[in-house]
Write a new protein. Structure first.
Length: 312
């Protein structure tokens, strides 16, 4: 207990002088992740799992998370760039608050002098992005004079991460963002104005959190969560549950393919397929997996593993 209290006090002191969470505190807040981490402590879900996540639906992910008692991971009511595409990546978080000159000045001073950061605060987190990251921003829904992302920063985000954004606020230069093609992004509003960043004059936003826990709508987001954005909604999946979400989705996908095919063939009735399957149907499903293993939209190795765990 003493060690835990000391760690929390250390984290609090660190946060008093820096927006960026310490590695020790980030590890402390993500104890169920046992895999690889980045140098800053952020959980690092593999590219292979991210690729498989692209076929997962929001319903499938939501059902797994709800079953694990993660009730607040979904955020809705977005505007979307590339609405027919899917956004998947590892969350890098930023939290802005309405501008306050005294806080803004000391954060600027520390960022420029001690941390070696340059330019304005709205570019600091963007400079940290790597391939596979999704920039997740709580911009407190700022609208007029709120946008911190336009076509210049969007190009930088896309070049560094290859992904888009989840942005709880307004964007600008929307035509330029759409020209990026694969910049699949979720945002709340559009406005042609831009944020103002002068603590001695017009000041609209202050960056107070880098890779800290943040809130997007009614969802709690941690750095390293896997972002799944599609069909107008975004869900944030804790890294230790990503593999379970993916595997569950793959099983559901295969069972749906089998069931739909057998219904078209009129081998079974809708009632038989839409209820708990009989032993005979389960056995038929296992044989169908074997017969179609090279043509199914799930990695062959995953199907082989599934077959090993089945009794038919």
């Amino acid at each position: 207990m003493k060690k835990m209290v000391a760690l929390l006090l250390f984290g609090s002191l660190f946060m008093a002088y820096s927006q960026q969470i310490s590695k020790e505190e980030l590890v402390f807040l993500t104890p169920e992740w046992k895999g690889e981490r980045l140098e800053d402590g952020r959980p690092y879900v593999s590219d292979q799992l991210l690729d498989r996540m692209k076929l997962v639906t929001l319903e499938e992910a939501w059902a797994v998370l709800k079953g694990e008692n993660y009730k607040y991971q979904y955020a809705e009511n977005w505007q979307v760039i590339n609405p027919d595409s899917v956004l998947v990546g590892r969350a890098v978080t930023a939290t802005f608050m309405p501008g306050r000159p005294d806080i803004h000045r000391v954060i600027d001073e520390k960022g420029h002098q001690n941390d070696g950061r340059i330019k304005s605060q709205n570019s600091w987190v963007i400079d940290m992005l790597i391939q596979g990251d999704v920039y997740v921003v709580d911009q407190f829904g700022a609208h007029v004079d709120g946008p911190t992302i336009g076509d210049n920063l969007a190009n930088s985000i896309f070049a560094k991460s290859g992904k888009g954004i989840v942005y709880n606020g307004a964007i600008r230069d929307i035509n330029g963002l759409k020209e990026l093609g694969s910049f699949t992004s979720f945002f709340k509003t559009y406005h042609p104005s831009h944020h103002l960043n002068n603590p001695d004059g017009d000041l609209n936003t202050t960056l107070i959190g880098i890779n800290t826990p943040t809130r997007i709508g009614m969802a709690t987001v941690m750095p390293g969560d896997v972002v799944l954005g599609r069909d107008g909604g975004v869900i944030f999946i804790p890294p230790h549950l990503v593999e379970k979400v993916v595997k569950t989705s793959e099983v559901v996908r295969l069972r749906d393919m089998f069931g739909h095919q057998r219904l078209r063939e009129q081998k079974y009735t809708a009632g038989q397929i839409d209820s708990r399957w009989s032993d005979a149907i389960e056995k038929d499903f296992s044989q169908w997996l074997n017969d179609h293993i090279d043509a199914l939209p799930v990695p062959k190795a995953q199907i082989q593993q599934l077959l090993k765990t089945r009794t038919w």
